[in-house]
Design a protein around this ligand. Sequence first.
Ligand code: 13P
Ligand code: 13P
Ligand code: MG
Ligand code: MG
Length: 364
Amino acid sequence: MRITLSVIKADVGGYVGHSSMHEALMERAREILEKEKGRLIIDFHVTRVGDDLQLIMTHTRGEDNEEVHRLAWDIFEECTKVAKEMKLYGAGQDLLADAFSGNVRGMGPGVAEMSFEERPSEPVIIFMADKTSAGAWNLPLYRIFADPFNTIGLVIAENMHTGFSFEVHDVKEGKKIIFNAPEEIYDMLVFLGAPTRYMIKAVYHRENGDIAAVASTQRLALVAGRYVGKDDPVCIVRTQGHFPAVGEVLEPFTKPHLVEGWMRGSHYGPLMPVPVRDANPSRFDGPPRVIALGFQLSDGKLIGPRDMFDDPAFDEARRVANILADIMRSHGPFEPHRLPLEEMEYTTMPQVMKKLEGRFSPIE
Ligand code: 13P
Ligand code: 13P
Ligand code: MG
Ligand code: MG
């Protein structure tokens, strides 16, 4: 059975501030999706990470399907109404267009979708992050699909030994390129190591071309031309069989890496893996959080979720993330905590420059 798994998300209002989501928004989303279950969609799960509403849906209509995208857009609009009634923070934050026009891409919401023939057993993991941006997946996806120190399957599993190929997008120029791992990893890392511009869009199994992972790569600032909140990203990963095992897919998150985002979308901070109940970034609006929900698909039905970071084995990663958070915070308004000027989501630089214009003179 060919199934499409769609994860479509948007920030339609925060509670309190940008820290979390009011239950009423998720209830409204569930109500609407329940009506479409068995019609437009096979199954769904609604969750949230921080202030981002996550619609996880299965169907057979393929990617970029107008009806499915319209459903998501309508839900975001309905939930925005609820958010406005309660005067929640930033109601409708990520809805950048006034009306739906065929596809939510480029309209504000983040999207990760993949279609595949469901295997006899189809375990998938959906990663969702808040207070960061799409480039946050580059490092973990590299580790999962190209690093034998993370994924022993690349070395000892015959059905993975040929490696994976990576579709990398240049989000500033609107270009893409495919790299083959392992033989092109040095070339590939030149780009992946610069995740503000180059982002992994998808990963494929080399031998059979099967889709292994797909990420959202929307950059809201590039869509809107101004700061409108971070592009809090999502990523779907298929696991087991000829893909990395569940434990190999989760392993990169035991070493928190620094990502852009956090307060005002303008800082570097550690990505902390947490269960859903702890996905409420409150300290300096952070530090950035990632949740991982695991499902078994059964004819498109979502069996689950299992809250994969709800495991004491990730306690140490959370502790290290807190230590890193302290170290970064101690820099206050200085780089490398603050983003470099050209990456700043918001900055007073133009106004300050204008004010001081006459006071700059050449250095002798
Ligand atoms: P599979 O070959 O079933 O994917 O098993 C590998 C595994 O789960 C080891 O952790
Ligand atoms: P969100 O992108 O999660 O809405 O956060 C925005 C922000 O400015 C946090 O300080
Ligand atoms: Mg917000
Ligand atoms: Mg958010």
